[in-house]
Design a protein around this ligand. Structure first.
Ligand code: RNT
Ligand code: ZN
Length: 421
């Protein structure tokens, strides 16, 4: 089998060379692009605050009850270890505040601290991965009324402000201890099901709350804050306080990172097109790569046009080193580890395709006004043997090649997951 993979790769290298593309360079770029895997696919966004915790509220939803979900830290870490072993390259882990090491005692969101995340840092060290972090503003009685940082109720608001401050401290601790900057992302579910007549007040409140949350500054090498906007959620169909305009404005005014979640825009809106626009005014982007099906459904990422075009735009804009690639999908209807491997590999393939584009030739055509030639070459690039290149990359990294990871997932399901009832 190895021989065939290498032979196919060599043919691919020649074919790409024919359109002016250096495959080795593309693979080096792929190797240098870490993807932040979201821990919450392993347990359906439940978290470990108490036994059997489940996602509740926040306008997001997980559907399905496929057996084998991770029920505690140890199971989650075992699952993630397995997942990383099936994805070529070295990557990161993105945690949520609800995934602390709470040791059987309830610690409320306004009381968490670095104590609950030390064991994650130790684990990350053994895995040699960087960590990213998120505050959890959902699945909590104090978010049930639909507002957190943008609440008119000072008690509620202060509770979440404290949570966010602590999350920043935890993020800085992670970044410092791992010597690897942690990206701290803020997404809040705040909004309304029906028409509100006081948008202005809520947005004023959110701006002021963020000012308070972000007052403390941390070394840039330890952490950086990102803001994630959204179009609507379940129960916030009519109004979302943290809209795209709101956070874009806030991020520009405060020199912050902007998070673009592919599922958080109108279905026909192109996230790819946003890249070169927002980079005029913000210096770094965080991505939540996901797949919306009819709505922000957080389906498993596949190699579709929206993801391909997004990666192309990032690479073509020369901004890859200013983009942190994170994933954000949660599907409980299939093997959850399979979902991770499939989704992460799809995101990598989109990156690889972007690296393999004959951009020099394409730009030459464009500059000369040769638009038929440009379209034809774009079209031809789609059917060049990039699969052979990705297979070779997997082989080189000693991870299952092609569909062979399916059997590994099946084996893990039989050996490990099926014992979780
Ligand atoms: C929700 C946002 C947010 C969450 C995670 C769990 O619509 O996409 O990023 O999915 O933080
Ligand atoms: Zn997201």
């Amino acid at each position: 089998m190895e021989d065939k993979i290498i032979k196919s790769y060599e043919i691919a290298v020649e074919q790409y060379a024919g359109i002016g593309v250096n495959v080795e360079e593309a693979l080096t770029k792929l190797e240098n692009t870490a993807i932040s895997l979201h821990c919450w696919q392993a347990d359906d966004v439940g978290g470990f605050e108490h036994e059997g915790a489940e996602l509740g509220g926040g306008g997001i939803q997980v559907t399905g009850n496929y057996p084998g979900k991770a029920r505690n830290l140890d199971e989650m870490r075992a699952d993630l270890r397995k997942v990383y072993s099936m994805i070529p390259g070295s990557h990161r882990l993105n945690l949520h505040a609800i995934y602390g090491d709470f040791g059987g005692t309830f610690v409320d969101r306004d009381a968490i601290g670095i104590e609950q995340f030390k064991s994650w840092v130790d684990w990350a060290k053994t895995m040699n991965i960087g960590l990213d972090f998120n505050g959890s503003f959902f699945s909590h009685p104090k978010s049930d009324a639909g507002y957190t940082l943008a609440s008119k109720d000072k008690g509620i608001r202060d509770f979440w402000i404290e949570h966010a401050k602590r999350c920043r401290e935890i993020s800085a601790f992670m970044g410092e201890s791992l010597n690897n900057r942690c990206v701290h992302n803020i997404w809040i579910p705040d909004g309304e099901k029906d028409i509100t007549v006081d948008r202005m007040t809520h947005r004023n409140i959110l701006r002021e709350a963020l000012d308070e949350v972000l007052a403390e500054s941390y070394p840039a090498s330890h952490m950086r804050d990102a803001l994630e906007s959204k179009l609507f959620g379940i129960g916030s169909e009519s109004f979302v306080v943290g809209s795209h305009e709101f956070y874009l404005g806030y991020a520009v005014a405060n020199q912050m990172m902007l998070c673009i979640d592919i599922g958080h825009f109108h279905p026909t809106e192109s996230c790819a097109d946003k890249v070169s626009a927002v980079f005029q005014f913000v210096d770094e982007l965080l991505l939540h790569v996901t797949r919306g099906v009819r709505w922000d459904s957080d389906h498993i990422v596949i190699l579709n046009d929206s993801i391909r075009e997004l990666m192309q735009e990032i690479v073509w804009a020369g901004k890859l080193d200013k983009v942190c690639v994170g994933l954000d999908f949660f599907d409980a209807s299939v093997n959850r580890l399979g979902a991770y491997v499939l989704g992460t590999r799809a995101a990598q393939k989109a990156l690889l395709l972007a690296f393999l584009d004959p951009i020099t030739k394409l730009r030459e055509y464009e500059d000369k006004g040769q638009f038929f030639q440009r379209l034809a070459l774009l079209e031809e690039a789609k059917s060049k043997p990039f699969g052979a290149v990705y297979d070779y990359y997997c082989l080189k990294n000693e991870v299952p090649v092609g569909e062979h990871y399916i059997a590994e997932i099946e084996k893990y399901e039989k050996d490990v997951l099926s014992n979780r009832n």
